[in-house]
Design a protein around this ligand. Sequence first.
Ligand code: ADP
Ligand code: MG
Length: 687
Amino acid sequence: MNGLNLPVQYLKGVGPKKASLLKKLGIQTVKDALYYFPFQYEDRRNKKSIFDIKPGEIVGVEGHIVQINELKTKTNLSIIEAIISDATGYLKAKWFNQLYLKKILKEKQKIKLFGKAQIDWRGAYIEIVNPEYEIVENLNSQAQEILPIYRLTEGISQRQMQSIMQAAVEFSIPFIQEHLPEKILKKLSLPYLSEAIKYVHFPPKDADVKSLNEKSSQFHKRIIFDELFLLQLGILMMKQNRLAEKGISFKPEGKLLRNFLENLPFQLTTAQQKVIKEILQDMEKPVPMNRLLQGDVGSGKTVVAVAAMLAAIECGYQAALMAPTEILAEQHYINIYSMLKGLPVNVLIFTSTYNKHANLIASGDANLIIGTHALIQEDVHFKNLGFVVIDEQHRFGVIQRAILKKKGLNPDTLVMTATPIPRTMALTVYGDLDYSVLDELPQGRKPVLTKVIEPQNKKVVYKMIEEEVKSGGQVYVVYPLIEESEAMDLKSATQGYEGLQKLFPQYKVGLIHGKMPSKQREEIMKEFRSGRIHILVATTVIEVGVDVPNATLMIITHAERFGLAQLHQLRGRVGRGARPSKCILMPYKLTEEAKLRLKAIVNYSDGFKIAEEDMKIRGPGELFGVKQSGMPDLKVADLLRDQSVLDTARKEAEIILREDRTLNSYPRIKALLEEFWRNKVEIFMTA
Ligand code: ADP
Ligand code: MG
């Protein structure tokens, strides 16, 4: 590897100045250069004879230089003009202000040109102005007909970049060591790494440009596979490490859980039963559980979490649930407290507002603790934390999860999310996790009827609000609130609140937002839950997890300002009881993209489907919070595009670890693995 770690400056044609420009592109070593791949390829094989060229075409031609002239424009620009001929005719190539070409171009040379053909001003010649060119005799390798195109930074031209890359590839080939066993390469029909690198930068004439541009050639796949293989190996090794750790084997008698289920006002769904069983089985194992529970908005994840926590509590341990917002923690507290009435469980809430009773956590008097980030403060200690639940886990970073776990005794962990992610990707993005899914909503849920109503028809909306409340329902009216325009947003929410209260003096209207003291916020949520507040004007503080089954109408003002995932979460606040619910979207300014978003939310209710639409509208980049997940950065692989390679990589990683769990017989893979996970892996080891 040594040669590859040399600074790029060692390469032919790279001086200190170029090196500092390359650094801007993230290229410092020769190896960085090798892994800086073209983002597209230009096909120059489409050579034309001069006779066939039509003005306006972008063409490649090959011919001999018959004459070179140096001219000047009226404005005193220099022009180098070359007359090129092939067997069918001749044309002119003109370069402005590139006098140095005088030294390069020679009569009788064979040359290739590439550029846009046009008719010269007299209408006599075909000419190409400032074409790209290659002098055929000068090329030590075969002439490049499929040109790699790299992303550039100011100060480096495409041509310079290509020649730097050529130098990098030529220099490195002898240093590139194969690390994958022959049998994997054979099985997956993948080329050697050195071949792949060379091919991806400088594909041969007969390459398939389409597959190159799609990054789906076997040569791209080889390199993508490498990266995903290291990713999967790392994740599986973490899992191996965890499984080698001693955790708690929870073997509850089961009475607590039975009593809890008997108390519930509803039957568990089949999916809930299945998932609870999966979790309990996993908890019984003497290794720390690490499980992701995914279920669409409203699928009933909370009950599942409580069931699991009770198993831990019955075995004499504490269980903690961490939620991303105060409102959500408060709501969980209220719900869970009432679900557990009469059972021997001491439920405690611990947030930045309710922070007086850390002593009860330390003493073990509280055994089911619900809280926010406040739980991971340094001075919060548990007596014997055996089970951890992270709700809406995408709101937390890896580190926060890790800190909470560290407060326990290798506790079992359940992380919950409503973000729909394909299974393999979930396993990848969230690391070493097992996976359960609630793929069923509680019975009797009717899809929320969703409609767009323009603000000029707001009378219709007022009528709907009135009828909903009259017939016993409750209403959310949501206003956007974003930091950049916080003051204004807050003002419009407040005005909306005042307006509605005037309009409906017979009803009680409430206002809730994240900027108010949490005591007040809690008071208002309590009143809304109890039905004393009929219409709740809210900012997005209610977005995540809030659960008031009697709320049956949601009005989202400025719906165009919300993202799809947010709209889906918001809408999930209604349709939680037996009454049919409605969601009204009121857009003000509609962009094309906003139109697509609203259309998707009107047409679909399934979170997976909506995520798919989101991906189509925004592209995969924004998705899944991969960046904040604490995983290594992927340089070449794209988790969405390369899903099938990801699957393959996981399988191969499993096979190789089954054969040698230490990887000691694969020292090259091991070294690469360490490099790939550097500065990341410790987090996971302690997590
Ligand atoms: P989420 O998965 O979005 O967190 P919750 O756990 O908040 O969903 O549950 C949504 C609502 O559904 C709650 O009011 C909860 O009491 C109710 N619920 C949960 N499971 C069932 C069920 N099996 N049958 C009926 N209602 C249920
Ligand atoms: Mg929830």
